[in-house]
Design a protein around this ligand. Sequence first.
Ligand SMILES: Nc1ncnc2c1ncn2[C@@H]1O[C@H](COP(=O)(O)OP(=O)(O)OP(=O)(O)O)[C@@H](O)[C@H]1O
Length: 330
Amino acid sequence: MNKRLLFLINPNAGKGEIRAKALDVIDLFVREGYEVTVHTTQRRWEIPDLLRERAGGFDRIVCSGGDGTLNETINGLLACENRPPLGYIPAGTVNDFASSLGIPKTIPEAAAIAVDGAPYACDIGLFGGRAFSYIAAFGAFTDVSYQTPQQVKNWLGRAAYILEGIKRLPGIQPWPMRLVCDGRELAGEFLFGMITNSTSVGGFAVGERIGVSMNDGLLEVVLVRQLQSHAERQRVINALLEGELDPDFVTVTKARRVEVFSDQPRPWTLDGEFGGEVEHVVIEVLPSAIQVLTDPALAAEGGRASAGPDLIRAPKFSGKSTQGYHISAL
Ligand SMILES: Nc1ncnc2c1ncn2[C@@H]1O[C@H](COP(=O)(O)OP(=O)(O)OP(=O)(O)O)[C@@H](O)[C@H]1O
């Protein structure tokens, strides 16, 4: 009997490039011996319901879309007892998850990996029970990804996110928060915070040099403290433009479980989409929860070496600067 593949397509993701290429992709899947079922998404949050009901009947799930589509697919798969391996054809604007996992960005190459790639057991984050594949974030820039106009994203790519974020710096208010990271408490007034499972955020390779792995069973926590003066803001902007994070204002750590307390319900973003407003939430990692198909060489590597949870670092973005990254203690 033929192997069965469910191909989920968000036709509206990114510039809609998949529309012109879907037939070639389906043709490739058929040539590789799959009986293909195609579903084009019709509305938000449709994929999890569909997968809960039907994923068990397939040998492979492939989704095409941006980070939001992938997030919905992962949420659906987590609800299934038997989770088929997941192929991902990135078709969004930035595609952080794909960058982190070494999944090619062109549709034909990604489609080939979706059928011929090797499975990589990827950690998944849980935010109050809802899955995220690469980021849960609060504060200053968290609405950037879903409020930056699509045209600007298409035109500028990742630079759109950082520019939109910098534009807002002068007007933003810090939030009083307390985060308990595997029992260690971090309290203060934070402009921004993110809990990630990714080497790439907003298109910037934040993790490569601090040894982030997507299957080390750990989430990375990045917190940006309140900036008191114009000079401090300028310092942070300059560091960002140099491709760095300033260790005096940015704390980085790792944890399996992060419990967050805030003064009032605050909005969060999950994988670039609005994630709801919460006053208290538990964020934890589900180690090796989803088998994602990726480059066999990367999968064989078993993920990059991971820094221990005790190291607190200001990671260096992959940028122009040649300086090393900084290490500081809490
Ligand atoms: N037919 C549809 N109509 C409206 N929204 C849809 C439809 N199909 C899917 N969606 C929703 O569109 C949202 C955005 O999709 P996605 O994130 O995949 O693309 P994108 O925003 O272009 O990419 P990125 O977030 O990487 O920039 C998803 O949350 C999904 O639920």
